[in-house]
Write a protein of this length. Structure first.
Length: 341
């Protein structure tokens, strides 16, 4: 029995020396120190040995067990240190390397212009009023003095939905009716920004989806002179103190009289270039005095109240400010374009 113990110890220690990984160590532990390992069986069977053999075999078996356990512990520790050194070698960290620059988001150029427009109108006492993008035919046209089959409806090519009389607004003007019906008979001074949709062929100057900023002032004794003065003040803040403006007669069914406002081309300073199509002027908005029928539809008595309204396109204004030659860049999601702003 003593010889068998010597043999077992030698065999176990030799095998342990050749093991280089954790799985091997676990298998070794089960084989030599586990519950059904030979050494365990010998220790459990000591009682059956003769009185003379029992003390010597018992002592030796315990010595072997202790020796195997402590050698295993040493081996485990040695493998752990080797693994640590290997990872320190292989995964070396160079703390002096420069970090990677995080990619910073930017505000979309159309939103930059929108924010500038909001600030200017806020300084002049205009609140922001948000109106819906999905509208009824009545609000988009009828209540704005364009009854069914009115030829002026053709000015706005429309996306209709499958629900009868429901469409995507073609301009922000229907918001005029909403805000008037909510506030009548109080005076009003608001801007109404938001997305509009037109069933148009997209081109360098026209998109099927674009922003507009509507403006509306309703009160007593508001005149065309107020409209001109207010819009001139806006143009000076938006385009510079010395900007020149002009108003041209135009037609919108919901304003009377109506006009379009141009600013002097700041690229050629009025001399004529390709951006202003040799005219020296750039159109920036449509405007006019709110039509009496529209005032009445909004709940205001047109014999007592007057008002002015205007509508501008922030993308077109951004194009003018930055010399952008194609409006389709705005929704093209090309980072090379967006990163320039
Ligand atoms: C209107 O939509 C009127 N509702 C404006 C108005 C409001 C007049 C209140 C009077 C009183 P117009 O269709 O011209 O008008 O559009 C106004 C502005 O929206 C244009 O000057 C332009 O800047 C912008 N716009 C119009 N269509 C497009 C388009 N397809 N793509 C990009 N911007 C556009």
């Amino acid at each position: 029995m003593l010889e068998r113990l010597e043999e077992l110890e030698r065999q176990a220690l030799t095998e342990l020396e050749g093991i280089t990984d954790e799985a091997g160590l676990n298998a070794w532990r089960v084989k030599y120190l586990g519950r059904s390992a030979e050494l365990g069986v010998i220790l459990a069977g000591l009682r059956e040995l003769s009185k003379e053999d029992r003390p010597a075999v018992g002592r030796r078996a315990n010595e072997v067990k202790l020796n195997l356990e402590s050698t295993l512990q040493t081996r485990v520790e040695a493998l752990r240190v080797a693994a640590l050194e290997r990872s320190l070698q292989e995964e070396r960290l160079d703390v002096s390397l420069p970090g990677r620059k995080p990619i910073l988001g930017r505000i979309h150029p159309a939103n930059q212009t929108l924010r500038q427009i909001y600030n200017i109108w806020a300084e002049m006492g205009f609140q922001i009023y948000l109106s819906r993008e999905v509208e009824t035919d009545d609000f988009n046209f009828g209540l704005l003095n364009m009854p069914e089959h009115h030829p002026a409806r053709d000015m706005w090519d429309t996306f209709h939905t499958t629900a009868t009389g429901v469409l995507l607004r073609t301009h922000t003007s229907p918001g005029q009716i909403h805000v008037m019906r909510e506030r009548a008979p109080e005076p009003i001074r608001v801007i109404l920004p938001g997305m509009c949709y037109r069933y148009e062929q997209s081109s360098t100057r026209a998109e099927i989806q674009f922003n507009q900023v509507e403006g509306l002032a309703v009160g007593h004794h508001i005149t065309f002179a107020d409209l001109k003065g207010t819009l001139n003040a806006f143009a000076r803040r938006m385009f510079g103190e010395h900007v020149r403006t002009r108003f041209r007669a135009a037609h919108f069914p919901f304003t009377e009289p109506s006009a379009e406002m141009d600013i002097e081309c700041f690229i050629c300073e009025g001399k004529g270039c390709s951006v202003c199509r040799r005219s020296g002027w750039l159109e920036i908005l449509g405007c006019g005095m709110v039509h009496p029928i529209v005032l009445r539809n909004g709940g205001y008595d047109p014999t007592v109240f007057t008002g002015f309204a205007f509508g501008m396109g922030p993308e077109r204004i951004t194009m003018l400010k930055h010399g952008i030659d194609d409006i389709r860049y705005f929704w093209g999601n090309d980072l090379r374009f967006l990163e320039q702003f």
